[in-house]
Design a protein around this ligand. Structure first.
Ligand code: UDP
Length: 340
């Protein structure tokens, strides 16, 4: 079992929750984050939440090979979890070069530094967006991939690079996890999602409406071929995502080469169902208005989560009510996020 885990993007939303989960289970955790889209305050909160400190945290950009190499030279790294990346679909259309540079360039830099230091285990953050506009749901790992935006293409490109590198370096062990829609927060109330500016994603937007920072949610389209016409997604509690990474580390040695797994719940929820659930959890009605569809959006993305269940004997356990309750607790206690 890997003991020292290097987590890139460890101060971000999924990264910070995963660090807590790893610390709580006895791992030594080294964080590398350039804080381009994350707060250094998250690092203190990770330690407070876990009741144990990180082994170290470095403000380093993963594309900076010499700096990254110094981190690997300082710590005996057993495995890497690579979260550091840009993640906003809309922004990726406007800034494709930036997205390829950070997401693909960062992964290449990491792979070369891992090779230099003979680190052979990697868990990679991929995304269900690689499936694009799904013709049939639920999506299995064998469903066709057809990304519809630069962000999704950077994730698929990284997967392809990892396949090629694994074919060459036959002792490498890589798990690529295709996340569906991570939401919620650690139940302790110190860690959560703290987007900069106007939230792109629906859950933090709804939370900011509930706390009074925004007037109403814009629901992007109610004429999709779904039961209530609004988009259906597979929301997964961020603590289930974090737990999934810990379990992945226990299975990274099962086989050499590259393997891909969905990380979802298998349950679809519409935007209006999410709004109702959040209203219930927060005790505050969520005003909304229906507006036009958002360009690039798809009707429905829901995981077939059976592959991880079989391979790891593990499933998610937290439902939509828990996701809303925990997201609301963080928002209520930290109305302005980590700056509160
Ligand atoms: N959505 C919405 N209003 C918003 C943000 C999102 O109605 O302000 C909808 C969006 O059209 C999709 C769902 O919420 O159906 C999830 O969107 P999100 O951006 O959270 O995640 P995505 O699935 O696009 O990665």
């Amino acid at each position: 079992m890997p003991e020292t885990v290097l987590v890139t993007g460890g101060a971000g939303f999924i990264g910070s929750h995963t660090c807590v989960e790893l610390l709580a289970h006895g791992y030594e955790v080294v964080v590398v984050d350039n804080h381009a889209n994350s707060s250094p305050h998250a690092l203190e909160r990770i330690a407070k939440t876990a009741g144990r400190p990180l082994a170290a945290a470095y403000q380093v950009d993963v594309r900076d090979r010499p700096a990254l190499s110094r981190v690997f030279a300082t710590h005996q790294v057993d495995a890497v979890i690579h979260f550091a990346a840009h993640k906003a679909v809309g922004e990726s259309v406007a800034l494709p070069v930036e997205y390829y540079d950070t997401n693909v360039g960062g992964t290449c830099a990491l792979l070369s530094v891992m090779h230099e230091h003979a680190v052979r285990r990697l868990v990679f953050s991929s995304s269900c967006s690689v499936y694009g506009d799904a013709r049939t749901v639920p999506l299995t790992e064998q469903s066709p991939v057809a990304p519809t935006n630069p962000y999704a293409r950077t994730k698929l490109t990284c997967e392809r690079i990892l396949e090629d590198v694994c074919a060459h370096l036959t002792d490498l062990k890589v798990l690529a996890l295709r996340y569906f829609n991570p939401v919620g927060a650690h139940p302790g109330g110190l860690l959560g999602e703290d987007p900069q500016g106007v939230p792109n994603n629906v859950m933090p937007y709804v939370a900011q409406v509930a706390v009074g920072r925004r007037e109403r949610l814009s629901v992007f389209g109610d004429d999709y071929p779904t039961p209530d016409g609004t988009g259906v997604r597979d929301y997964i509690h961020v603590m289930d995502v974090a737990e999934g990474h810990r379990v992945a580390l226990q299975h990274v040695d099962d086989r050499t080469g590259m393997r891909v797994f969905n990380l979802g719940t298998g349950t679809g929820t519409s935007v209006l169902q999410l709004v109702a659930a959040f209203g219930e959890a927060s005790g505050r009605p969520i005003p909304y208005q229906v507006v036009d569809r958002r360009p690039g959006d798809v009707a429905e993305l829901v995981a077939d989560a059976s592959a991880v269940a079989e391979a790891w004997n593990w499933t998610t356990t937290r439902d939509l009510a828990a996701m809303c309750r925990d997201a609301w607790r963080f928002q209520e206690l930290n109305p302005h996020g980590y700056a509160s």
